[in-house]
Write a protein that binds this ligand. Structure first.
Ligand SMILES: Cc1cc2nc3c(=O)[nH]c(=O)nc-3n(C[C@H](O)[C@H](O)[C@H](O)COP(=O)(O)O)c2cc1C
Length: 336
């Protein structure tokens, strides 16, 4: 099984990814939070800079419904040395979907088809896709799936929720199953061939991959039990993307690989690097605290009385106060 780090805007930026890599490093492939226009801001430039993404297999993500923007960004990513790009047609945020982007694009299949025709014809890099299973109703999925299976994508990452579900309520595994019935996973021999091709010739790799079009499951994997349920239910899936579960427990991918749970030392080192990393790039203390709070929104769940801890962190008025709240919590921390 391969484990992917989900793109999470505001959380899994380069500071987070590097801190994770240095202290856990159990993820096989990292996906960057989305970029949506050719005019990159300073934060985005820093996030995609190759020097900030050393040592990992990493895929940048694009969110747009304009083929020219997609193709322009793809050229830029190729120039920067990236080997693949990911298209986001899953984002449920209202500001995104209102413009027909992210999962909002799933409502306009003829436009989505024209867009996919153009990007798959002209892209200078292989393309993978991250999608939801519809906007408002499960009945939308068969037509979306049918459309997506026509393109030579390197992989299709499915979060089996509708846009209207946002991130809540149960996932809809039977719709992922529908995709699995259509697309089997590669054999070990085929996987080895792909890797070989990938080193030699990227476009040929993309084409070979699409004959199998491997699926990646994403959604609500928080524990080893959740993971086992996914493995049992989707036997042909050989890749799982971890989002909130990994932020809550950065040792999760290791546990799923059968390694020991995270240790206090790992957690301390990780938090120190995260803190130092943000302090190095963000001038205002309150903005550093804000960034760290985003991580703690999930991480606090791994602590007994996590809600209380989160409140204390939220109330921290200074970096020193944050440090002392966190040091006390980590010193008492035991795996729950
Ligand atoms: C705060 C937040 C930010 C996210 N940002 C992105 C993003 O930039 N691109 C993307 O494709 N998905 C994004 N997602 C969705 C996640 O990648 C993932 O699909 C979702 O959280 C479901 O997986 P999980 O249940 O393992 O968390 C975001 C989710 C959250 C909660």
């Amino acid at each position: 099984m391969n484990f992917y780090m989900a793109p999470m805007e505001g959380i899994t930026n380069h500071i987070y990814r590097q801190a994770y890599l240095h202290h856990f490093g159990q993820i096989d492939r990292y996906f960057m939070p989305f970029i949506s226009s050719l005019g990159l801001n300073y934060k985005e430039i820093r996030d995609i800079a190759p020097e900030n993404n050393q040592g990992m297999d990493i895929v940048p993500q694009i969110l747009t419904n304009h083929a020219d923007i997609f193709l322009g960004l793809t050229e830029m990513f190729k120039d920067l040395g990236y080997r693949e790009v990911n298209l986001n047609i899953g984002c449920p945020s209202g500001t995104v979907t209102a413009k027909g982007r992210g999962s909002g694009f799933l409502r306009f299949l003829p436009e989505l088809e024209a867009f996919l025709d153009e990007i798959f014809e002209k892209s200078v890099l292989p393309v993978s896709v991250k999608t939801r299973i519809g906007y408002e109703a499960e009945e939308e999925w068969p037509a979306i799936l049918e459309l997506l299976t026509r393109y030579p994508m390197t992989e299709l990452i499915i979060h089996p929720r509708l846009r209207k579900d946002l991130y809540k309520g149960p996932v809809r595994p039977h719709l992922y199953e529908m995709a699995e019935r259509r697309m089997a996973a590669p054999t070990e021999e085929q996987s080895a061939e792909f890797e070989d091709l990938r080193d030699k010739e990227e476009m040929a790799y993309g084409e070979a991959r699409q004959k199998i079009s491997p699926l990646c499951y994403n959604g609500d994997v928080y524990t080893v039990e959740d993971y086992q349920t996914v493995c049992n239910r989707f036997p042909n899936t050989d890749r799982v993307m971890l989002g909130r579960g990994l932020i809550a427990n950065p040792g999760l991918a290791g546990e799923l690989k059968g390694e020991a749970p995270m240790t206090r030392g790992q957690l301390e080192g990780f938090l120190d690097e995260l803190f130092g990393g943000y302090r190095g790039i963000i001038p205002e203390d309150k903005n550093i605290l804000y960034r760290l709070l985003e991580v703690w929104t999930y991480l606090a769940r791994s602590f007994p009385e996590g809600d209380k801890l989160l409140k204390k962190i939220r109330k921290s008025k200074s970096l020193a106060e944050y440090r002392s709240v966190v040091a006390a919590a980590v010193s008492e921390w035991e795996m729950i």
